[in-house]
Design a protein around this ligand. Structure first.
Ligand code: 13P
Ligand code: SF4
Length: 358
């Protein structure tokens, strides 16, 4: 595990482990029936839906129409721990459900599909990561929320894209050096912004990694007045062209607040639903994901996020399938660095990571 080659191998998700993006199609009548069944089940079970911006717009609409919540991964965690519901239905990917369970061990946490994973989580297996940490005992271990409970339990701090910059700045001011995992692009961005001494794990998000700087520069020429909004899981060549680099919440906020009509958006296209809702008169254009003749793997939409569907929400509420279980001892250890994140966010009134000078 100690060579760069073997680290790259561990971090790379194999093509065959990336599922096809499948979107369930419904007639209007089926959709209405599924939605009213979900509403009824949520009420009966004192349950709420917490959905990520990348999930199907139907799920976001129903979370908003009930007493649920739609947001980024930081706010999903925050909302879940403040909610009085007995059951949280987490529409997103596995690490989001696990974070909800770690913060709320007494609640029942259901996910529409337990196979909804994340390439960053898959590319950071606990044994290899723990060995890496053991080799650098003098460094503070900072991990992105997109990791397993075991990796979180091995860390000192958990951060999200909406909090990473401020937390690293805060810890660096105390003279700390870091191990950063798993996202190499986000790590590189934070390193450049803060000048911190960071050893980077070499994971990547298969969605953001596909955005291409050269093609984005071409697209910008065709839309010279468009502002470019980029999630920091994207490669440096894409970040360099950004007007705003931010978490998903920050991207939506920028779309609403910036004085521009057109936006080129380098993040999962699931976010367009909320962007359009926040700024109905504006035009949003997908950032390019592949060059001429190339084929994209995710094509701008996370195949794991796409596993969440109305039908599967009904199924998990009706049968109790998709329940998240975490070993209580592991959960207690993983909670410490997550709680640090939430406490930090509270004290610093943390909302979004936003930079206009990337
Ligand atoms: P956010 O924290 O910005 O919602 O990002 C989560 C994620 O998985 C992005 O790919
Ligand atoms: Fe993971 Fe990328 Fe999907 Fe987010 S979009 S859940 S980082 S694979």
């Amino acid at each position: 595990m100690t060579t760069d080659t073997s680290l790259a191998e561990i971090c790379t998700v194999k093509r065959e482990d990336i599922p096809e993006t499948v979107t369930e199609e419904y007639s209007d009548a089926e959709r209405d029936e599924l939605k009213s069944r979900i509403k009824q089940l949520l009420k009966e079970q004192n349950a709420v839906m917490v959905a990520h911006y990348y999930t199907d717009p139907d799920l976001q609409l129903i979370a908003d129409a009930t007493v649920g919540y739609v947001s980024d991964s930081l706010d999903m965690a925050r909302f879940g721990s403040e909610s009085e519901a007995d059951t949280l239905v987490v529409c997103g990917v596995k690490f989001m459900g696990e974070t909800a369970k770690i913060l709320n061990p007494e609640k029942r946490i259901l996910m529409p599909d337990l196979n909804a994973d994340c390439s960053l989580d898959i590319g950071c297996p606990i044994d290899a990561f723990s060995e890496f940490c053991d080799q650098h005992p003098d460094r503070t271990v900072v991990v992105y929320a997109n990791t397993s409970a075991a990796v979180k339990a091995r860390s000192d701090w958990v951060v999200t894209s909406g909090s990473a910059l401020d937390i690293i700045n805060h810890l660096q001011a105390k003279g700390q050096k870091f191990i950063w995992a798993p996202d190499k692009y986000l790590g590189d961005y934070i390193q450049k912004q803060t000048g911190a001494d960071m050893l980077l794990w070499q994971g990547a998000c298969i969605v953001h990694e596909e955005f291409k700087g050269i093609e984005l520069a071409e697209l910008k020429k065709q839309h010279p007045d468009a502002k470019v909004l980029v999630h920091p899981e994207s490669p440096a060549s894409v970040i360099e062209l950004a007007d705003v680099v931010s978490s998903t919440t920050g991207i939506i906020k920028a779309a609403k607040e910036l004085d521009a009509k057109e936006f080129i958006v380098a993040t999962d296209k699931g976010i367009f639903h909320k962007m359009q809702e926040a700024a109905p008169d504006k035009i949003f254009i997908e950032a390019p994901t592949s060059g001429k003749g190339a084929t994209c793997i995710s094509c701008g939409h996370c195949p794991w996020m796409a596993m969440n569907s109305l039908r599967k929400v009904v199924e998990c509420l009706e049968t109790g399938s998709g329940e998240i279980h975490i070993d209580p001892e592991l959960g207690k250890r993983a909670r410490v660095p997550i709680q640090r994140l939430l406490d930090f966010a509270k004290v610093h009134n943390q909302q979004v990571l936003m930079s206009s000078d990337a």
